[in-house]
Design a protein around this ligand. Structure first.
Ligand code: C2E
Ligand code: CA
Ligand code: CA
Length: 575
């Protein structure tokens, strides 16, 4: 039984106790001496405080120490400790991780020596334990080796053998939304999650592959002889181990993981380049919606570089009074009368180099960086002013404004919108808000509450890009809206002879909407055949598409619709 005790008179420890105390007083290292016969250990006082040991002198050190050794280092440690000591082979020298009094794993080097009694039997085992924190930089929370050792490991993996450059893969993992989790709970919770993540990844790594902890929420591995398929399949294994809720401090937390992979030598031949490329791929994985692995390629990297540069330029534009941003307007007409009923405001941005950039390229960046919040307000106000100005020329004309999910989440937007309508003296019923990217909406209750309030204010709500997500019908059930905009994807093939299915699908969707008093606007109508079919067979309410007009700057829009409506299909619009 382990217990605090006195040193027996006959113990070898008695003989060395004086020296032992002198040693302890003169160094910061940890000392131990064990009487093998009595199984009593004598420890330096700092071991009691730093490792939470029961006392300076007690029985059965193994029972106390072994449970503190890191599970991954346990076998090595035991092998070294329980070897057959002989006078010729009497040293114990092992590096391992052990849990300290604060529950952190620290790397230590333990060097001990066995001495033998007159009868030749082991008598005293004594030595020094040196903390290696500074030398090998273990991560205090997870106990994993850190970026410094990772760098060394990568450099070692890149050494030529027989003149051949080796091949393999470097993967950097990042926990998705870690920052949000950390901010929403607390640091301790975050630390715990990192430890769980470290275990989850370590447990599925192939034999001999070491996991390293980089900064923040990132982990890394380097695997020799691994190709793209191997890296992807390894990632999927890691991903699966994250696919269940993790118990953190009594809460059940579900989180996902992303990764960036770079293969060597294709993706780089030295550590810095490989690291940079893997980080860029990881960043891309997060921007692409997370929970995925992106494999570095030159094209992918250049795309990433462009988006980084664009982000800075967009920020600059915002800081300079939304310089470079403008709104284009695309007509929406009544499907039966062809009469202009409104226009959708579509954002444009001219880069400092003078290139007109498509919103497909930059809206996502605005959303990711939340820059869409100030830009969204600018869009709303600009569109409201435009709508007001056009009322004189075309009374009742409505403007549809795109709204990102990020903007709905921002609680102040509603008040801003109301203020803005008041300021410019525009009746709310002339504004339609289109909810884009419905696929990512996670809290329908909140969205619906917000929309109900907009509707109470008199603003109409449209659900954009209907049919592009997997469960649009389910969304329809959830969302209280006035208009559904059916995506262009459904129109493209609608006139093809053998495409009865698409025709019926659009027709039935419209019928379904009509049965619950929702209007249907069809987007992307480019030809007269599409138009006529949508009008006569499908009974669409309104049409938006190149056939009636492309998005244009306000001056061009005015010229076309208010000054000289020469387009014969807009005859009904006539002034
Ligand atoms: P969206 O809201 O679905 O806008 C309709 C897009 O379809 C526009 O592209 C328009 O030019 C295009 N389009 C319209 N008719 C036709 C047609 O007949 N044929 C073809 N091929 N295309 C047609 P655009 O302006 O490039 O905008 C792309 C997307 O960017 C928008 O899709 C919307 O999701 C987003 N976006 C644009 N402006 C804003 C904005 O102010 N705020 C937000 N949050 N997103 C915006
Ligand atoms: Ca839209
Ligand atoms: Ca759309």
């Amino acid at each position: 039984m382990r217990k605090r005790c006195q040193i027996p008179r006959n113990s070898v420890l008695k003989r060395i106790q004086g020296y032992f105390r002198m040693l302890c007083a003169s160094s910061d290292e940890y000392f131990f001496a064990t009487d093998i016969v009595e199984n009593i250990v004598m420890l330096s006082p700092n071991m009691v405080t730093d490792f939470g040991m029961p006392a300076e002198i007690f029985m059965d050190m193994d029972a106390e120490w072994l449970p503190r050794v890191h599970p991954d280092d346990y076998d090595d440690y035991i092998k070294n400790l329980h070897k057959e000591f002989t006078p010729e082979d009497n040293m114990h020298d092992v590096i391992y991780r052990v849990r300290d009094a604060k529950d952190n794993y620290v790397w230590v080097r333990c060097k001990g020596q066995m001495s033998f009694g007159r009868d030749g039997a082991p008598e005293l085992f004594a030595g020094i334990i040196t903390p290696l924190e500074q030398k090998i930089q273990a991560d205090a929370n997870t106990g994993l080796l850190t970026k410094y050792q990772f760098e060394k490991a990568v450099k070692a993996a890149l050494v030529r053998v027989d003149g051949e450059f080796p091949n393999g893969a470097m993967l950097i993992f990042g926990i998705d939304n870690f920052k949000i989790i950390n901010e929403s709970f607390n640091r301790r919770f975050g630390d715990m999650l990192l430890r769980i993540a470290a275990d989850a990844i370590s447990n599925v790594l192939p034999e001999g592959v070491m996991l390293y902890k980089l900064d923040g929420d990132e982990f890394a591995i380097v695997v020799p002889d691994m190709d793209e398929a191997g890296a992807q399949s390894l990632f999927e294994t890691v991903q699966r181990s994250f696919c269940r809720p993790h118990e953190v401090e009594g809460r059940s937390l579900f989180c996902t993981i992303s990764a960036g992979t770079v293969l060597y030598p294709q993706g780089g031949k030295d550590y810095l380049v490989l690291h940079k490329h893997a980080e860029a791929a990881l960043d891309q994985a997060k921007r692409d919606g997370k929970n995925k692995n992106i494999i570095f390629s030159k094209e992918q990297y250049n795309r990433w570089l462009r988006s980084i540069t664009m982000r800075d330029m967009l920020q600059d534009s915002i800081e300079h009074g939304f310089e470079g941003f403008s709104l284009f307007y695309q007509p929406q007409v009544n499907a039966r009368t062809q009469r202009l009923i409104g226009a959708e405001a579509l954002l444009r941005w001219r880069s400092p180099k003078g290139r007109m950039v498509s919103p497909m390229e930059f809206v996502r960046i605005l959303e990711e960086t939340k820059m869409i919040i100030p830009v969204g307000r600018w869009i709303f106000e600009t569109a409201v002013k435009q709508c007001k100005a056009w009322q004189e020329k075309w009374p009742g004309m409505r403007i549809s404004i795109n709204l990102s999910y990020e903007q709905i989440k921002e609680s102040g937007f509603k008040e801003f919108a109301l203020e803005c309508l008041k300021k410019h003296d525009l009746p709310p019923y002339l504004i339609v808000l289109e909810l884009t990217e419905t696929a990512i909406v996670s809290d329908w209750n909140n969205v619906n509450t917000q929309f109900q309030e907009f509707r109470k204010m008199g603003i109409s709500i449209a659900m954009d890009d209907f049919g592009t997500g997997y469960s649009s019908l389910a969304y329809l059930k959830n969302l209280a809206c006035d208009i559904v905009k059916i995506d262009r994807a459904f129109v493209t093939h609608i006139t093809e002879e053998n495409n009865e299915f698409d025709r019926q699908l659009v027709k039935s969707t419209i019928e379904l909407c009509h049965s619950v008093s929702i209007d249907c606007c069809i987007e992307g109508v480019e030809t007269i055949r599409e138009y006529e079919l949508l009008r006569d067979f499908c009974h669409a309410d309104s049409i938006q598409g190149y056939f009636f007009g492309r998005p244009e700057a306000p001056e061009d829009f005015e010229q076309k619709f208010f000054v000289e409506p020469e387009n014969p299909y807009l005859a009904g619009c006539g002034i």
